[in-house]
Design a protein around this ligand. Structure first.
Ligand SMILES: [Zn+2]
Length: 193
């Protein structure tokens, strides 16, 4: 299995200062920015996946459509591998849940999103009261999630929003981010190996 981990918001040549949503920084971090926290999350998912024998290719620059094209190109090198693409985000705005968006009509997307949610429910994650697999669509409130995965062809795309930075502030520590990362990595391995 190969997992493409995309730290989104960072690396946009046309919007170089974008780092996603911002909040007052948590004590362990100098900047309370979404793409800083997802950077740590990405590395922690990668570390766990490597320990469990998966292959990882990480991305963090270019317009999202270019990243998707590159992922599709890279994917051609590995015709026999099962592949997933995670667009990594953290929500903000007062929700109390985590969401995992899949491409509309993707059966493997449904399956992977459900396994991720199942693994998260098994972990001790107080205050994240629901973990929801959701179809994304260009036509409703899920369209931003849709655009983060729409250009990826063979790899199964999931837009990850595991928590709300404002509601779930206590998760913005290395220890708690690792809890989230481990759940996502365990789910990927169950899905793909
Ligand atoms: Zn975001």
């Amino acid at each position: 299995m190969i997992v493409f981990l995309d730290r989104q918001h960072a690396g946009k040549p046309d919007k170089i200062s974008d780092r996603g949503a911002s909040i007052e920084p948590a004590p362990e971090f100098g900047l309370g920015m979404e793409a800083i926290y997802t950077g740590y999350l990405s590395m922690m998912i990668e570390e766990k996946l490597l320990q469990m024998g998966a292959k990882v290719l990480s991305l963090s620059d270019g317009p999202y459509s270019d990243r998707h094209k590159r992922v599709n190109e890279y994917a051609k090198n590995f015709p026999a591998e099962k592949m997933a693409y995670l667009a990594l985000h953290l929500n903000c705005g007062g929700g109390d849940y985590g969401s995992y968006f899949y491409f509309p009509g993707s059966e493997e997307g449904v399956r992977l999103a459900e396994i991720i949610c199942h693994k998260m429910r098994e972990r001790d994650l107080p205050k994240i009261v629901r973990h929801l697999p959701k179809a994304s669509s260009p036509d409703d409130w899920t369209k931003n999630a849709y655009y983060t995965i729409r250009g990826v062809s063979k790899p199964v795309g999931i837009c990850c929003e595991p928590l709300f930075m404002d509601t779930h502030r206590e998760y913005l520590t290395l220890e708690k981010l690792r809890e989230i990362a481990t759940g996502i990595a365990l789910a990927l391995v169950e899905w793909g190996l």
